[in-house]
Structure formats: structure tokens, C-alpha cells
Design a protein around this ligand. Structure first.
Ligand code: SF4
Length: 437
């Protein structure tokens, strides 16, 4: 057996790059995974599952699944995208930037809408950043400098298990030699989560009242008077948190879907950014979204540099349009405005509202995923591919927008294509059908 070092975990936006993987001498089997959290370890070990699907499957009229060849899968996908007036190409967050780029070329040729998982996650953050800008930093700066950490509406103890040990709470950095002993941790969450239980200060806010509490913190930071309670939090606690943040050398506010998808949505983030800006009058402060899928940040980057917008890009008129609330996946599905659905690197069948999932089930549809997922179950074709970061390398962006090259540690099953490989085949077939050189 041999050990491969500096392996990158392709699961969450923390994108840990210090994994070690023990593989068999023939390079085909993963024997052990070191340093990863339990979720990351499972991602590697699942690629070895004996019941893993290795051939494309297509549903017939009666709903029975039948094996088809890769050529047939490529042709079905290309025909579906070419015949549709306005196909939706959704997902992209659990694959590499190379595959994203190949997919966008198909989308441009077919006049598709390209949307990623930010549409139900940090899309509101992206809107706020476009509105007011963002003072942010890298996770390396957090590790080396930050001594005041806020987790607002997120639960890294479960969703990003190594975030606190690698970057934010526990590690000893260049200017943070005492590790967690010199850091203060503030958690804002209506629930008493496992992250909240570790906090020095937990503000158990009333559900959906984030905007008010963020406003109150801005008031408290300036030393202006407050009402007795705001969002269920006593005045003294808010003042205490304001003083804790002001007295730090470097404050970082991490935030998650508890604040991006609750009442006020992007306006919550506008004001959280304003709070960060205010704190910079007293100390140094930065803010960062806790991005979920390991390369959702990369999807925004690639869409951004190719089309100018980070999600819900509508190419159906031959040029890029961006209109969240109109060109976002669930709005398009609910209004019945798309006539084919292609999903890669995400599982809307598990995470979209049931009304949207029912719409996908009625349309010509393709799911590309190493696993057979709830999305596969409602699609007409399931195309299994290699695991990026396990059986295929490629670029991914960490939650702080730092690009990291993932590593291939084992060979995929014989004959299995990568996401990029499949998309390149579809692109070639689309060009053939459309008579494009
Ligand atoms: Fe993988 Fe995230 Fe766990 Fe790191 S914290 S090992 S990136 S799942």
C-alpha cells in the first residue's frame, strides 16, 4: 500500500487540503482516509461501494429502468438540450471548474439557463455583495489573526466539521499563538446547536428577526441607546457582544443559511456587511459566507468570468441575462417556463420544494451524478460519472475564493467518464446536431 499526501476533501466549502489517503499498490482501492472528518471520510469510502452504479440507466414509458450505452446517454442528453426551447442546466456545485466551463459552452449553444445551488443558499449573499461590496479575507488570515469569531445562522460543528479546528476557533496561528484561549466565540442562532453550546456568548435570537438584531448591534457599537430587548435579546447582552467585538484585534463574521434564507434575505446580508464596515472604525473586521458544496464558490467564479453573473444566468436570448426571482430555478420550474432539465453536481430532488420536483418529473431530464440520488429517481436518464477529488482532479474554490487543485487518488471503474469527459462528448454531439464547427 502507499500513502498519498496533500489530498483535498471534495465535500464541503472548507476544502481541507491536508488529507492522507492509503491506497492499494495497484492504485485501485482506497484502504484508509486520514485527517478528514467523518463526512469527508465517507465521501472517499462511498466511491468504493460495491453497489455503485457504473452504467447509464434510462426510464422507459412504464417507468422501468434499463441500461443504455454511454453513446446513447450522450445522444439523449444532446438531443434533449437541442430540442428544448429553454432548458435548465442546474447544479454545478459538486464538480470541478473544468466541467463547469464545458457545461457553460453547451448552455450557450442551446440557449439554456445555468443556475447553481446558490439559488437556494447564498444567492442572497451574492445579491448583497453586488449591492454594497464586501470586506472579506482568506481563511489563512482568520487562522493567523482573528480573535473574535461570530457564527451567525450556521452550525459548523455539523455542516463544516473541521472549520473550527483548522481555521477559526482552535488553531494556533502566527498572531494567535494561544489558539482558542485567546479567541472569543459568539453564536447567533434561535436553536441551541452544538456550535452554540461551545460559544462564549450565545444570542438565542427569535426566529426571523436577524435584521433587527444586526441593526441593534450597529447602534450598540456606536454607544447609542437601545430598547430593553431586541429580537428577544436583552439590551445588556447586545451591548456586551458589541464591546466584545470592538475590543478584538480582528473580528470575523461567518454566516449561513439561517440568515440568508430567513425573513429579509439579502437585506440581512446588506446590514451584516454594514455592521462589518462599522466595526472597521474601531478594529479590523471581515465577513465570510459559509459556502456548503465544495465548489459552489467555483461555480460562481466560472459563471462570473464567462458571463458576468454568479448564478441564474439566462442565455435563452443569445446573451447573458441575470434576474434573481425570475431566472432562478425554482421560479422557472414553478411557472413552467423550462422544457427540459439537466442536473449535474447537485440533488434538487432532495432539496427543492416538492412542486419543483414534480415539474422535473414531468419533463425530459438528465441527472449526472456518481450516486443514484432522489434527483435520478425523477429524471428520465441517470448518467454515473467519476468522483471529482477522488477519481479525477481539477480546480475547486474554497469558501474564501481561494482556488485549490484537487487530486486524483484512485482510478475510476473501467470505462467510466468524468463529468468533464461526459460534457465534452455532449458538446461535440450538440455541435454535430446544430452543424456548428
Ligand atoms: Fe471535508 Fe469539509 Fe470535513 Fe474538511 S470539514 S474534511 S472539507 S467535509
Amino acid at each position: 500500500a502507499k500513502i498519498i499526501t496533500d489530498v483535498v476533501c471534495p465535500f464541503c466549502g472548507t476544502l481541507c487540503d491536508d488529507l492522507e489517503v492509503k491506497v492499494s499498490d495497484d492504485g485501485k482501492e482506497i484502504l484508509e482516509v486520514y485527517n478528514a472528518c467523518v463526512i469527508g471520510t465517507e465521501k472517499f469510502l462511498h466511491s468504493q461501494a460495491e453497489d455503485r452504479l457504473t452504467v447509464p440507466m434510462k426510464q422507459d414509458e412504464e417507468g422501468n429502468w434499463n441500461e443504455v450505452s454511454i453513446d446513447e446517454a450522450v445522444d439523449y442528453t444532446a438531443q434533449m438540450l437541442c430540442n428544448a426551447k429553454k432548458p435548465l442546466m442546474y447544479g454545478w456545485s459538486s464538480t470541478n471548474c473544468e466541467a463547469q466551463s464545458a457545461g457553460h459552452e453547451i448552455a450557450e449553444l442551446c440557449g439554456a439557463v445555468v443556475d447553481n445551488t446558490a439559488t437556494v443558499c447564498h444567492g442572497t449573499t451574492l445579491i448583497a455583495v453586488q449591492d454594497v461590496g464586501v470586506p472579506s479575507c482568506t481563511l489563512g488570515e482568520v487562522k493567523n489573526r482573528a480573535d473574535r469569531i461570530v457564527f451567525w445562522g450556521c452550525n459548523p460543528a455539523h455542516a463544516h466539521p473541521r472549520h473550527m479546528s483548522r481555521y477559526s476557533i482552535f488553531p494556533r496561528g502566527f498572531f494567535t499563538g494561544k489558539g482558542h484561549k485567546a479567541r472569543k466565540m459568539v453564536v447567533v442562532d434561535p436553536r441551541s446547536t452544538d456550535t452554540a453550546k461551545m460559544a462564549d456568548l450565545h444570542m438565542q435570537i427569535e426566529q426571523g428577526r436577524d435584521y433587527e438584531l444586526l441593526s441593534a448591534l450597529r447602534v450598540a457599537i456606536r454607544g447609542n441607546p437601545l430598547p430593553e430587548t431586541v429580537a428577544g435579546i436583552p439590551r445588556e447582552t447586545i451591548q456586551d457582544v458589541a464591546e466584545t467585538l470592538k475590543s478584538g484585534r480582528f473580528v470575523v463574521i461567518f454566516f449561513g443559511m439561517g440568515v440568508t434564507q430567513s425573513l429579509s434575505k439579502n437585506h440581512n446580508i446588506d446590514i451584516a456587511i454594514a455592521l462589518t464596515r462599522d466595526l472597521n472604525d474601531y478594529t479590523k473586521a471581515a465577513i465570510m459566507p459559509m459556502r456548503g458544496h465544495y465548489n459552489v464558490t467555483g461555480s460562481g467564479q466560472v459563471l462570473g468570468w464567462q458571463f458576468g453573473f454568479p448564478f441564474c444566468v439566462d442565455l435563452s436570448r443569445g446573451f447573458a441575462r441575470y434576474n434573481p426571482g425570475d431566472s432562478t430555478s425554482n421560479d422557472l420550474l414553478r411557472r413552467g417556463e423550462v422544457d427540459a432539465v439537466f442536473v449535474l453536481g447537485s440533488d434538487p430532488g432532495a432539496h427543492f420544494p416538492i412542486s419543483s420536483v414534480k415539474k422535473i418529473a414531468q419533463l425530459p431530464s438528465v441527472c449526472v451524478d456518481p450516486h443514484y440520488t432522489p434527483t435520478s429517481a425523477v429524471c428520465k436518464l441517470h448518467m454515473p460519472t467519476a468522483f471529482v477529488g477522488v477519481e479525477e482532479g481539477g480546480c475547486a474554490y474554497r469558501m474564501d475564493n481561494v482556488p485549490i487543485e484537487t487530486r486524483k487518488v484512485v482510478e475510476p471503474p473501467e470505462g467510466m467518464l468524468s463529468d468533464e469527459g461526459f460534457l465534452e462528448r455532449v458538446l461535440a454531439r450538440v455541435k454535430e446536431i446544430k452543424g456548428v464547427a
